[in-house]
Structures are given as structure tokens and as C-alpha cells.
Design a protein around this ligand. Structure first.
Ligand code: NAP
Length: 259
């Protein structure tokens, strides 16, 4: 399917690895020029080179912490008038409700709620002026069904979801579509980190920890970054113009709900 976005420009945050990289790859395959960001410059440049070689699109990189105001300003300067924004950043660590301090919550809110809001605040005016835009926020299945040990993530991402629900409806008549993509369990470094958490907490091997996680997924496997990226690219496509303020779950059936 021709996604109808060849020649458009996208900013994909936190995209040297994992789900962000999957989104960047799929957008590049659709002919979209990219601005990529991550903290580590080496992996970021390697991903940019891989994408240039595979798809021949223009890719620029800005290394820096997207949750920090100064680095975010540099990313936004490079991004300029992008048509597409994919927000993403690392997730907060797991833990126990009784241990979390105000500072822990502020950090989580900064990374997973206020950073995507700041990016949208900066880029939505250009999109609405030009009459076309797409925003995809990478959130988590935890906004539909809480993951108890990820309380910091549950809280921050649910706040973002509420913001998107209203804001998406305020810009929809200007040709701008904002939606959220909710990963379940995907084969990335984050999955390995979560497996380590289980292995330590339950005193089991990494293999055993992976089996425990996979047993909860009806598909019996982790999702891939390619299928995640393809869904993101579709939400950024010309064909997704009537999809507004939705939360699209990619979780292999893990969230046990009828709708
Ligand atoms: P990942 O494989 O660990 O990749 C994270 C990417 O983001 C890397 O490129 C990393 O590069 C970059 N990054 C992290 N923090 C950043 C920051 N502050 N500023 C700029 N770049 C940053 O993670 P993932 O699995 O793709 O997860 C992406 C998001 O989805 C996370 O918020 C995660 O919590 C959420 N999620 C993932 C899953 C899953 O199963 N994978 C499930 C639910 C939710 P640098 O380290 O070099 O910055």
C-alpha cells in the first residue's frame, strides 16, 4: 500500500534502538525524511546510516536527552517544520508504591508526560497552519490495564493519554491526527531489562523469566519492532486521516478485555 507520505519530514524521538527505531525504519520505507534523536551518539549515527543505506531518505541526527529542555530545544531547531512527530523516551524503572518519592514522580512525569506535551506544543502550530500533521505517542499497554510494579509509568502515561484525548479533538479539523500506540511486550532492550527484574525478584534464570513473561501473551511471543513500526507508519499515513485520539494496543492479546 502506498502510504501517501513520501517526501514528508518526521521527527522520531528516542529512535536509535527498539520501538523508536522500528518507527523510523517504517517511515523511511514510506519515503519520509527523518530527524532522529537518542542520547548515545554512536548508536544513533549507526541507525541513521542503516536507514540511509536501506531507503535512501535524508536522515539527520541530534544526540541528547529528549527529556532535558536544552537538548529538546536543539532537537526542535533541527526538526523545524516537520509534518510527523513520534514521541518516545525511556520508561521509568519498576518498583513498589511505598518507595516512590515526589522526585521519582516528577522524573516520570517529565519523561513520559511533559516531554511529549512540550514537543506537541512546539510542533502542532506549524502542522495546523499547514493543514496537515500526524503525531504518534509511544505509551504503553499500562494505560489500559495497570502493571503494578510500573506505577510511575502507569501514572505518567495515563496523564499523557488524558491530554491527547482532548487535544486531538482540538486540532482534528486542521488536518492533524494525534494518536497513541500502546506497546505490550516487544523484543527490545527494555524487554531484557524487565526480564532481569523478574529474574532478580523471583530468583529464577533469565530463560525462566522470559517464559513467565511469554506465558501471559496469547500470541506466545514478543512483538517485533518491524510490526510496531508498520503500525506507526500507517497511523502517520494519508489513509489515517479519520483516526483521532485513539489508543492502539499492540500486545499479542495480552490485555484481557473485550473492547
Ligand atoms: P529500548 O529498546 O530500550 O530503546 C530505547 C531507545 O530510546 C534507545 O534508542 C535509547 O537510546 C532512547 N532513549 C531512551 N531514553 C532517552 C532519552 N531520555 N532521550 C533520548 N533518547 C532516549 O526501549 P523500547 O523497548 O523501544 O521502549 C520504548 C518506550 O516504550 C519506553 O518508554 C518503554 O517504557 C515503552 N514500552 C516498551 C515496551 C516493550 O515491550 N519494549 C512495552 C511497554 C512500553 P539512548 O539510550 O542512547 O538514549
Amino acid at each position: 500500500m502506498d502510504l501517501g507520505i513520501s517526501g514528508r519530514r518526521a521527527l522520531v524521538c528516542a529512535s536509535s534502538k527498539g520501538l523508536g527505531k522500528g518507527c523510523a525504519m517504517a517511515l523511511a520505507e514510506a519515503g519520509v525524511d527523518l530527524v532522529l534523536n537518542a542520547r548515545g551518539a554512536e548508536a544513533l549515527e549507526a541507525t541513521a546510516e542503516e536507514i540511509r543505506a536501506a531507503h535512501g531518505v535524508n536522515v539527520t541526527t541530534v544526540a541528547g536527552d529528549i527529556t532535558a529542555e536544552d537538548a529538546r530545544a536543539k532537537v526542535l531547531t533541527e526538526a523545524g517544520d516537520v509534518d510527523i512527530l513520534v514521541t518516545n523516551a525511556g520508561g521509568p524503572p519498576p518498583g513498589m508504591w511505598s518507595d516512590w518519592t515526589r522526585d521519582d514522580f516528577i522524573k516520570a512525569l517529565d519523561a513520559n508526560m511533559l516531554t511529549p506535551i512540550a514537543l506537541m506544543t512546539a510542533l502542532l502550530p506549524g502542522m495546523t497552519d499547514r493543514g496537515w500533521g500526524r503525531v504518534v505517542n509511544i505509551t504503553s499497554q499500562s494505560v489500559k490495564a495497570p502493571i503494578p510494579q510500573l506505577g510511575l509509568s502507569n501514572a505518567a502515561r495515563t496523564g499523557l493519554t488524558g491530554y491527547v484525548a482532548g487535544t486531538a479533538r482540538q486540532v482534528a479539523d486542521k488536518g492533524v491526527c494525534i494518536n497513541n500506540l500502546l506497546p505490550g511486550s516487544h523484543a527490545t532492550d527494555r524487554a531484557t531489562a524487565l526480564e532481569k527484574g523478574i529474574a532478580t525478584a523471583r530468583n529464577v534464570s533469565m530463560d525462566e523469566a522470559q517464559k513467565i513473561r511469554l506465558a501471559a501473551i496469547p500470541s506466545g511471543r514478543y512483538g517485533t519492532i518491524e510490526e510496531f513500526g508498520a503500525t506507526c507508519a500507517f497511523l502517520c499515513s494519508q489513509h489515517a486521516g479519520f483516526i483521532i485520539g485513539q489508543n492502539i494496543l499492540l500486545d499479542g492479546g495480552q490485555t484481557n478485555a473485550t473492547i
